[in-house]
Design a protein around this ligand. Structure first.
Ligand SMILES: Cc1cc2nc3c(=O)[nH]c(=O)nc-3n(C[C@H](O)[C@H](O)[C@H](O)COP(=O)(O)O)c2cc1C
Length: 402
């Protein structure tokens, strides 16, 4: 699976908000991720944005008029409702929220929603006064009581020129939420998985650190793959540059000690831990309180370091443990030795000398070594695909251990 949205039928309802232009970006991102996007525009949405734009992006028919005799809906007016895996209304006006809350079906979008059993995700966007109006708030409450998913609105600059709550969430947030909702039908809904990611930083003084080249991409890809299959995911991350995925919990850490505390706390109610973080093996013996000045007398300076505590063995034994081994030589032998020493169920070894795998790229070439001694070399895959392969393996190891 290239992405969680591959082959999914997503109905994207667009209503008459000034923020409707963002729906083009959402339609484009969903289509690029492999979703089959059926756009429904309300009559008001068409005042802001054209069918042609959506048609050009999705390469599919765009629906507006329920009574259009040239549309395939003329033959079967609830066809979109039936084939939808999910309906997202982005943006959702106060008017459309009111119609949804009260079961009004007077156009293609509201009729489709009423006729569908697919999950519904609604992203309100409006002026702050419209949003705070008791009528709108009561309508949102009604929708929430019916387990309709509401995302946003966020706060910030509004089209009215005022600052307040009513801003449409960004397309990426919408898409993350769609994946979370679709993931609830996945095969890992019974699992609570802790994933660590990124390279830790050990301070030398207030401005300098000991760190490594880990970007965090592999850990994030595993967290997303697990989320997309319905697992409850806690991501403990030392990564700085990657946007947070929409998982159950994201805990940011910097040092090995912070990583240890966060991972052990999260493992208390977890079934599986996948340690993709690159954790520093050494830390300075003392951390200078002031910036260490350049020595004008000598060309050399040394920093005394000590080994960090390896907390892998402190993880409760009932938690299935998956580790990584970044190796530059003797991949399988070194990985097997590490697996044994640390009591892991599975180790994912990657050859960091290859340009297309390891640090800071979106692909990886890994070899699995498991506790039975079996080793399996995987072809070059995206890190997201590697994430799924690890999770498949975790499933079978959990199955084998009863
Ligand atoms: C320039 C302009 C911007 C508007 N922006 C919004 C908006 O962001 N949110 C909203 O709820 N209504 C907004 N409206 C009002 C809606 O377009 C109006 O309530 C319309 O009936 C909504 O119809 P629909 O829900 O069927 O799309 C705006 C109207 C205009 C003229």
């Amino acid at each position: 699976m290239r992405t969680a949205l591959e082959g999914k039928n997503i109905v994207l309802g667009v209503t008459g908000s000034i923020a409707a232009y963002k729906a083009l970006d959402a339609a484009s991102k969903l289509t690029q991720a492999g979703a089959l996007v059926d756009v429904i525009l309300t009559a008001s949405a068409e005042k802001f944005i054209t069918r042609l734009s959506f048609q050009s992006i999705t390469h599919r028919q765009v629906y507006t008029d329920l009574f259009d005799s040239s549309s395939d809906l003329a033959i079967h007016h609830v066809a979109l409702a039936e084939r939808a895996d999910l309906i997202a209304i982005y943006p959702a006006t106060a008017n459309t929220l009111a119609k949804l809350a009260h079961g009004i079906a007077d156009d293609t979008l509201s009729t489709t929603v009423l006729a569908s059993r697919a999950p519904l995700l609604v992203a309100p966007a409006m002026d702050g006064y419209m949003y705070n109006n008791p009528a709108t708030q009561a309508n949102i409450n009604l929708l929430e009581q019916r387990d309709i998913h509401i995302i946003g609105p966020s706060s910030g600059h509004l089209a009215s020129g005022l600052t307040g709550t009513g801003r449409l969430v960004e397309p990426t947030a919408l898409i993350e939420e769609i994946k979370v909702i679709l993931g609830r039908q996945g095969d890992l809904t019974h699992l609570s998985i802790v994933v660590s990611a990124g390279g830790t930083q050990e301070p030398i003084d207030p401005v300098r650190v000991i760190t490594n080249h880990s970007s965090g991409k592999m850990g994030y890809a595993i967290a997303e793959a697990a989320r997309d299959r319905g697992a409850k995911v806690t991501l403990v991350t030392a990564s700085k540059g990657i946007p947070d995925p929409a998982v159950h919990t994201v805990t940011k850490v910097t040092t090995v000690n912070e990583m240890r505390n966060a991972v052990l706390a999260a493992c208390e109610d977890a079934n599986v831990v996948i340690m993709a973080a690159a954790i520093s093996d050494y830390t300075p013996v003392t951390v200078a309180t002031q910036k260490i000045k350049k020595d004008t007398e000598s060309d050399r300076m040394s920093i005394e370091v000590r080994k960090t505590n390896d907390f892998f063995l402190e993880i409760p034994p009932q938690v299935l443990r998956v580790g990584f081994a970044a190796e530059s030589e003797h991949l399988v032998t070194n990985a097997a030795e590490k697996l044994e020493r640390k009591g892991m169920a599975l180790i994912v070894a990657n050859d960091i000398t290859a340009a297309d795998s390891g640090f800071n790229v979106d692909t990886n070439r890994v070899t699995f070594v498991d506790k039975t001694g079996m080793s399996e070399e995987l072809p070059l895959l995206t890190k997201y695909e590697v994430g799924h392969k690890i999770l498949d393996k975790v499933q079978s190891l959990l199955h084998d251990s009863g």
